[in-house]
Design a protein around this ligand. Structure first.
Ligand SMILES: Cc1ncc(C[n+]2csc(CCOP(=O)(O)OP(=O)(O)O)c2C)c(N)n1
Ligand SMILES: [Mg+2]
Length: 399
């Protein structure tokens, strides 16, 4: 590392990731030293857009972390991405049909989310934004649970402690602070797990994110900052957010940053395993910049044709994360047509299940909005509950 850690936390044992034996010893944060000299930004890639495996100096550090990945594992990653895209497409359609108030699509970001999500152990803890539907899938959160908040029938939809997957966070960047605090707690407990915080390129301009970087660096917290640079923060392009490649910012805070091809699921898996391994071994935070693209609108309330060119979107479509792995599987004989046909049927069945589940969601009890505001009672909430109940009763009395 370029900066000595000031925290004297005892190094923690590496836990049982599925990684190949021997990979941990090869895991020096070399990217931290390389980043200062970067003229052309690095991009860790293991699969080209055409689906070919590549070996080069930039990925040599990370490739050992997926040495154990079998053809069956690759089919699993492919299935995860297809199921996630199908779910996401269904949610967008449900919003258009008036069944959801809003939806934030992950279209194009499947590899970043599945690669990083599958790098996690069960005990690790995840702090997502509002777009991490693929990570939720990896954590085992039922897709239908993601839709309650977007339908306006609940404030979250799942118990964060069941899957170590926090509720979606709309206040951009704030979850990086939650993750840092949680990671500081994990370190104090001497636990053998790591924490991952997801955020976007736009969120990286938030003060909260700078504070999270500072605290996690100084306390050497076991946290991975996983930034999906999807090139846009609603209508603001990345040029309006930063003057240096995003991953290089980490150096100023004293921890390594790595830019990975965010449309390459294998590279995302490798780099995230590497970063989690550092965290578990007591080497502190890492910034992973997954360089990807938001192929859809910011949300269903947005119209990207107002601010970005069709040629840009078309160029990124050629780097589609799902088509890239499909090309690889076909070229290597890793999957046959029957696999793709069966998966298509499975994803269609899931879409149908989600559609039916959303339509069947009961409307909430009007007074439920006052529940779970505080763990215990609170005088102001009690007063507001009483006022609202009186207001509702006034209609019943015919006033
Ligand atoms: C603190 C805060 N400021 C502004 C907003 C409004 N807002 C919602 S999403 C967004 C852009 C986020 O862009 P990025 O971090 O790149 O994530 P992406 O949506 O691209 O995944 C903004 C400004 C917000 N939710 N929270
Ligand atoms: Mg963005």
């Amino acid at each position: 590392m370029t900066v000595e850690s000031t925290a004297a936390r005892k190094p923690r044992r590496s836990s049982g990731t599925k990684r190949a034996a021997g990979a941990a010893s090869a895991a020096k944060p070399a990217a931290a030293t390389a980043q200062t000299q970067d003229v052309v930004p690095q991009l860790v890639q293991l699969l080209t857009p055409e689906g070919d495996r590549v070996e080069n100096a930039e990925n040599a550090e990370f490739a050992p972390f997926v040495a154990d990945i079998t053809t069956e594992d690759l089919r699993g990653l492919y299935r995860d991405m297809v199921m996630t895209r199908r779910f996401d497409g269904e949610a967008t359609a449900l919003q258009r049909q008036g069944e959801l108030g809003l939806w934030a699509s992950l279209l194009g970001q499947e590899a970043a989310q599945i690669g990083s999500g599958r790098a996690l152990n069960d005990e690790d803890y995840v702090f997502p934004t509002y777009r991490e539907h693929g990570v939720a899938w990896c954590r085992g959160v039922d897709p239908t649970n993601l839709l309650g908040m977007f339908r306006g029938v609940n404030h979250g939809g799942w118990d964060p402690n069941t899957n170590n997957f926090h509720l979606y966070t709309i206040v951009i960047g704030s979850q990086t602070l939650h993750a840092t605090g949680y990671a500081m707690g994990v370190a104090k407990d001497g636990a053998d797990s790591a924490v991952i915080a997801y955020f976007g390129d736009g969120a990286s301009s938030q003060g909260d994110v700078a504070e999270a970087f500072t605290f996690s660096a100084v306390y050497n917290s076991p946290v991975v900052f996983f930034c999906q640079n999807n090139q846009w923060a609603i209508s603001e392009p990345t040029e309006r957010q930063m003057r240096v490649p995003l991953y290089q910012r980490a150096q100023g805070f004293g921890f390594p940053g790595v830019r990975v091809d965010g449309n390459d699921v294998l590279a995302c898996l490798a780099v995230t395993r590497w970063a989690l391994d550092r965290a578990r071994r007591g080497e502190g935070p890492t910034l992973v910049e997954a360089f990807t693209y938001r192929m859809g609108a910011h949300t269903t309330s947005d119209d990207p044709t107002k601010y970005r060119r069709d040629e840009e979107t078309a160029a990124w479509e050629a780097k589609d994360p799902i088509l890239r792995l499909k090309a690889h599987l076909l070229a290597t004989g890793g999957a046959d047509e029957a696999f793709f046909t069966e998966l298509e049927a499975e994803s269609e069945a899931m879409g149908k299940r989600v559609r039916e589940a959303v339509r069947a969601m009961p409307d909430p009890d009007t007074m439920a909005i006052f529940e779970n505001v505080y763990a215990d009672g609170h005088a102001l909430v009690d007063e507001e509950r009483a006022q609202f109940a009186a207001y509702l009763a006034s209609f019943e009395e015919g006033h």
